[in-house]
Structure formats: structure tokens, C-alpha cells
Design a protein around this ligand. Structure first.
Ligand code: NAD
Length: 503
């Protein structure tokens, strides 16, 4: 891995390509917003302006939707094999620029290079996985019945809108866009306004790899105008959205008039349940990893630590010891684990929970402060103990390196506490008793459960949440269920006689 100084020098060089601004990309053209307005993106590291960004609005979204609509007939008519070839080339292009993507992602989002070094490669893997699936995307089933055979086939739904958040934006964009393209859909992407840099590289890489113009369009802008217009646009057939639960709810309303199909990956307040019979060292490593890596700005973070009463004090001390030894610092320093939070607005939200925890009677066992000697949005890895599940810090998604530890009495109590929450994205379970693990996993209200492990993704497995954490699943064939329509074609067998109504 390169040194801190080298990373800073390289990042500055890569950033220089945006001196003229971060542009929109419509129908193969890099372009400013139609009204030539810009907004400023801030560096989370020092709060200075990082780049000016094209401020797309309704007219830019309309232009992009028209382009995606025109390109749809060509792209959807291509064979799966042809799409497979192009998407593998996109993956090659991402790999070739992996270092550039990683460094730009760090300075744009505040995420540490320790974790972002792999972000581009994970994005490339998403493209390769769905490239290979493109070949079977249209496949269906044959369903026999007396006197008939039904044959199903899948068709890409049409141009789709992809709206992404600011946490790990590169990886998340590839996760949504690769399956859409593999399915034969065209795209209008509206990335988060706080982190626009790598989305701009991604669409350029795709076109250099041979993706036809207009298949993938990018419009930067705010949620309330560009994002809203995209969700309301009649040419856009579906919206793949990753972001906050309340935004998902707004999008559902905005899309109602055009009967938009929507896929939502939303917020989480994921419990990690630690039983006395667990391997406590591994459990503490995983609990710390899942809340303190990626700055805690991760939908699957284990933000509620539920610990069996008999080991509560011991286990909290183990996690707090780990928290106290985590390095907070500049995201380009290879030793940094926690970088700055994305934006001062978000930092203010996270810091407000330190007061809320105290007011509700929780104890701050680790952290609990802003890191004042650094000028950006840096906060300490924090652990609240002596907490109960009614506290705001136990119920609300903080989306920072902040963990709330709650004791439980027995299995039933653990399940009740875990499920007493509006969210249901993920759950983590630590116990060596397989029967208990199964019984509890079966009863947890969550879309994904990891047993004796941190979140480790397997691309063919389904990803998504229940309750306020989302609607729909990504991954494997589940992605195609969203981006495609299924048609049933029924053949009558010889000898079939329709009913005769006339005498
Ligand atoms: P956000 O909801 O504020 O914004 C997400 C995107 O939606 C941005 O591009 C924004 O401009 C756009 N947007 C905002 N208002 C809109 C509107 N009315 N119409 C259309 N688009 C609109 O979310 P955020 O703060 O950027 O991201 C953090 C959230 O994302 C957290 O809640 C996190 O849990 C969630 N998240 C979920 C997953 C998952 O897989 N479940 C993954 C990553 C992040």
C-alpha cells in the first residue's frame, strides 16, 4: 500500500481532472447543467470546497430520460452474450483505474483508504458477476398442465432510475447498475449530492468499454428536484433506490401517479446478539468491525449490541478496549480506521446523540466526543452502556461510529429486544449452540442474518431488508426479478377444444 504522502499527492492529481467541474453525462456527452448552474461539494477532511458540480434539475433529467428511452430498443435487443462482453470490459476498465477510484472515494466521502482500497475491485466484481448472468437473464420456466404448456420469458422493464446515497457510493452504484444493464435496461443515475466524484468516472469508464451512448446517463443534483423528477418521469419504468427510510416513503408517493415499480434498500438499526457461550474474542472483533469500520456509515452496521447479562460487563469492556485503540485520522493515511464523517450536517446529527444518550441515562464507556484537534468532521468511536431499548440511541439510525450496548436475560428476551425496532435489515448472532442459532435466526425480523460472522457478502445470495429497512431483494437472480417483467405464453395441445357458446 502507498504511503500517506504518496496517497495525498496522487489524490490531488486525480482531483485535478474536475477543475472544470463535475459534469452530467447525457447521451454520451459530458455536459454542464442546462441552466449552467453549479453546486459546491465540500471536503469532509478540511471542510474546504472540493469541486463544483453541475446542478441538474427537471430539464436535465428529462433530457437524460429521453436518451435512455431512445437507447432502450438497441440495448435490450442485444444478445445476452454481447452484453456480457461489454460488461466484462467495464469491469476491466474499473480494475485499471482502481487506485484512482479508491483515492477519489476517500477524499469525497471521508472513508479510510484501508477499506476503500478494495472498493473499486468490489465494483468490478459486481460487473463480472452480472455480466455472466446476462446470458440467462431472459430465461424462464416451462410449466405443464393437462392440455397445455406454459412457457415464461423475462423482458427488461425499460429505462430505470437509480438513486444512490453518499456512503460507499462507488460500490453501491455498481451494485444497482450492473444488474440493470445485464437485464437489458437503460439507466438514468442520480448520485448523492455529497459524493459525486466516482459516479462521474464510472459512466465514462463504461462508455470507453463500449457501452453505447444513451444507455447510461448521469445527472447530478438535489433529491428534491432532480431526484423527485426522476421518480415522477413517465419514461422511467422503475426506481432502484438506496437511502433513508423516509426518502423511500417520499419516493413511493412521488412515483404513485406513474405506477412506478420501486426497490428500496433503506436504513437499519441492526442488532448483534452475543451469548455467553460465544467465542467472545471473535465476537468482540466482529462487533467492533461492524460498527467502527466505514465510519459506521453503513446500512448493515451492528449498531445495537445485545449481550447476555452474565457477560455484559466483560464483553462491553472488550469492545470498549478495541474502540479506544482505533485510529481516527486522515482517510488517506493507511493506518487510519475512522476518517471524517461525510458532512457537517451529518456530524451535527451524530453528535446530537451523545447528548441524547446522556439525557436518557446511558453511560459513555468509550469516546463520546468530537475530535477537536482535527479540522474536519471527525468523531471518536463511541460505546454507550447501561442502555435499554427504549432510548433514542437504541431505536434511531445514527449512521456513525456509535454503538449502544443493551443486556438481555435469555433467548426470548434477546429476540424481543432485537425485534422491538422499526428497522429489519440485518442481524448478527454469536453462539456456539447451533440449535439456538437456528431458532433465533428463524424468529429475528430481518432480511439477512449472519451467524458467528461479520457481514460477508456472497453475490448470488439475496440482500435486502424487511419493515422500514426496505422492499425487495438484490443479488443473484433476485436483481433480475426487479429489473425485468415476466411474460407467460400458453400453448394449447393438439385436441384442445374451446367452449362453444353458440347453439
Ligand atoms: P438520503 O435518503 O438522504 O439520500 C439518498 C439519495 O436520495 C440521494 O441521492 C438524494 O439526493 C436522493 N433523494 C433525496 N430526496 C429525494 C426525493 N424526494 N426524491 C428522490 N430522490 C431523493 O440518504 P443518504 O443520507 O444519502 O444515505 C444514508 C442512508 O442510506 C442511511 O439511512 C442508510 O442506512 C441507507 N443505506 C441503505 C443501504 C441498504 O442496502 N439498505 C445501503 C446503503 C445506505
Amino acid at each position: 500500500m502507498s504511503s500517506f504522502a504518496q496517497n495525498q499527492q496522487d489524490a490531488a492529481q486525480y482531483l485535478a481532472q474536475f477543475d472544470g467541474g463535475v459534469l452530467n453525462h447525457i447521451d454520451g456527452q459530458q455536459q454542464a447543467a442546462l441552466d449552467n448552474t453549479w453546486f459546491e461539494s465540500l471536503s469532509p477532511i478540511n471542510l474546504k470546497p472540493l469541486a463544483k458540480v453541475a446542478h441538474g434539475k427537471a430539464a436535465d433529467i428529462d433530457l437524460a430520460a429521453q436518451a435512455a428511452h431512445r437507447a432502450f430498443s438497441t440495448w435490450s435487443a442485444m444478445s445476452g452474450k454481447q452484453r456480457q462482453k461489454i460488461l466484462h470490459k467495464v469491469a476491466d476498465g474499473i480494475e485499471a483505474r482502481a487506485q484512482e477510484i479508491a483515492l477519489l472515494e476517500c477524499i469525497d466521502t471521508g472513508q479510510a483508504i484501508k477499506f476503500m482500497a478494495k472498493a473499486a475491485l468490489r465494483g468490478a466484481e459486481n460487473f463480472r458477476f452480472f455480466a455472466d448472468k446476462a446470458v440467462q437473464a431472459q430465461d424462464g420456466q416451462s410449466l405443464y398442465a393437462a392440455g397445455q404448456v406454459n412457457v415464461t420469458k423475462r423482458y427488461p422493464i425499460g429505462p430505470v432510475g437509480v438513486i444512490t446515497p453518499w456512503n460507499t457510493p462507488f460500490m453501491l452504484s455498481t451494485w444497482k447498475i450492473a444488474p440493470a444493464l445485464a437485464a437489458g435496461c437503460t439507466i438514468v443515475h442520480k448520485p448523492a449530492e455529497f459524493s459525486p466524484l466516482t459516479a462521474s468516472l464510472l459512466v465514462q469508464i463504461a462508455e470507453e468499454a463500449g457501452l453505447p451512448k444513451g444507455v447510461w446517463n448521469l445527472v447530478n443534483g438535489m433529491g428534491e428536484d432532480a431526484g423527485k423528477t426522476l421518480t415522477e418521469h413517465p419514461l422511467i419504468k422503475a426506481i432502484a433506490f438506496v437511502g433513508e427510510s423516509r426518502t423511500g416513503s417520499l419516493i413511493q408517493k412521488q412515483g404513485a401517479d406513474t405506477l412506478k415499480r420501486a426497490h428500496f434498500e433503506l436504513g437499519g438499526k441492526n442488532p448483534v446478539l452475543v451469548f455467553a457461550d460465544a467465542d467472545l474474542d471473535k465476537a468482540a472483533d466482529a462487533a467492533a468491525f461492524m460498527i467502527y469500520s466505514l465510519n459506521g456509515e453503513r446500512c448493515t452496521s451492528s449498531s445495537r449490541l445485545l449481550v447476555e447479562e452474565s457477560i455484559y460487563d466483560t464483553f462491553c469492556a472488550m469492545v470498549s478496549d478495541r474502540a479506544n485503540r482505533i485510529k481516527v485520522g486522515h482517510p488517506l493515511d493507511p493506518n487510519t480506521v475512522i476518517g471524517p464523517l461525510i458532512h457537517p450536517e451529518h456530524e451535527t446529527k451524530v453528535l446530537s446523540y451523545f447528548e441524547a444518550a446522556k439525557a436518557d441515562g446511558a453511560t459513555i464507556a468509550a469516546g463520546g466526543n468530537k475530535v477537536s484537534e482535527l479540522s474536519g468532521c471527525y468523531v471518536e468511536p463511541t460505546l454507550f452502556t447501561q442502555a435499554h431499548n427504549k432510548m433514542r440511541v437504541a431505536q434511531e439510525e445514527i449512521f456513525g461510529p456509535v454503538l449502544t450496548a443493551i443486556p438481555f436475560k435469555d433467548d426470548a428476551d434477546a429476540i424481543a429486544i432485537a425485534n422491538d425496532c422499526q428497522y429489519g435489515l440485518a442481524g448478527y448472532l454469536w453462539s456456539q449452540n447451533v440449535e439456538r442459532c437456528w431458532a433465533i435466526a428463524d424468529q429475528l425480523e430481518a432480511g439477512m442474518i449472519w451467524i458467528n460472522s461479520e457481514n460477508s457478502r456472497h453475490l448470488p445470495a439475496p440482500f435486502g431488508g424487511v419493515k422500514a429497512s426496505g422492499i425487495g431483494r438484490d443479488g443473484g437472480d433476485w436483481s433480475f426479478e426487479f429489473y425485468m417483467e415476466t411474460k407467460n405464453i400458453c400453448f394449447a395441445m393438439a385436441g384442445h377444444q374451446p367452449p362453444k357458446l353458440a347453439k
